[in-house]
Design a binder for this molecule. Sequence first.
Ligand code: CP
Length: 313
Amino acid sequence: MSTSSSGTQLSTKHLLGIKYITTEDILKICKMATEFKEVINRPIKKVPSLRDVTIANVFFENSTRTRVSFELAERRLSADIVNFSASSSSVNKGETLLDTVNNILAMKVDMVVMRHPAPGAHHFLAQHIDANIINAGDGTHEHPTQALLDAFSMMEKIGDLRGKNILIVGDVLHSRVALSNIYCLKKLGANVKVCGPPTLIPPFLKELGVEVEYDIKKALKWCHVANVLRIQLERQDIKYIPSIREYSQYFGINKKMVDEVNKDIVIMHPGPINRGVEISSDLADSGYSIILDQVENGVAVRMAVLYLLAAIK
Ligand code: CP
């Protein structure tokens, strides 16, 4: 595999958000991910593509899937890795983000994968440091690799997304997954609708070409794919819903509801799942669900992102 020709190069040095990359970039990443998916299903899963490339995984917020997935992707590409967790670092002694990252870079790090609670933290870093920066989630703003792996998983299941109906259900207001998905799906030509309580639907969605449906049964009838989000109580400083029980009653999805629609809806969830709140266990574990395929595809998609960005200095 070669990234030297402009035909396989991305238009950007950093992955700060889906908003800032082109449709061609998305398609190149998905094409490369298909090749890497084949690689990671071989008995020998490792390739030497990023030998001598050092990557810092800098996580200022909790993560299970993204962190493990990036680390596996980096190991499969033979990169050298340093893991940094804010909870056990000198950030707790008052060190700034820029000082923290500059100290890591002084140890000759080439790429930084970062999750940070502040929207835009990655843009700030990109203005001050030379390494490639990959956004692994910035507050309620973007989570670009999640959107890429979601789009890749949808295409694997239902093909070209142009003209396909994709539903996003739940706490759209606080979800970086929702915003990155919306940018990505619109760039790929899909129709996007959201469904959730009015208090959890941000007013700017119309400007992004997204429709709103408040009736979950009508929304399910409309869609080919339903991407279900969790209620992010940790980001809610005021009460946006009367109670979890009431939310679940009006917007929670179960297998019976999907059976009743009588068509093959693809059910997705970025995780972590709150079983019995936004999605029932019988649906999450059913044949409709591709939740674990999303997790598997995350490694291949992140390998593709790292590989393609490493070629751009
Ligand atoms: N989907 C996702 O970002 O999960 P984590 O928070 O566990 O990384």
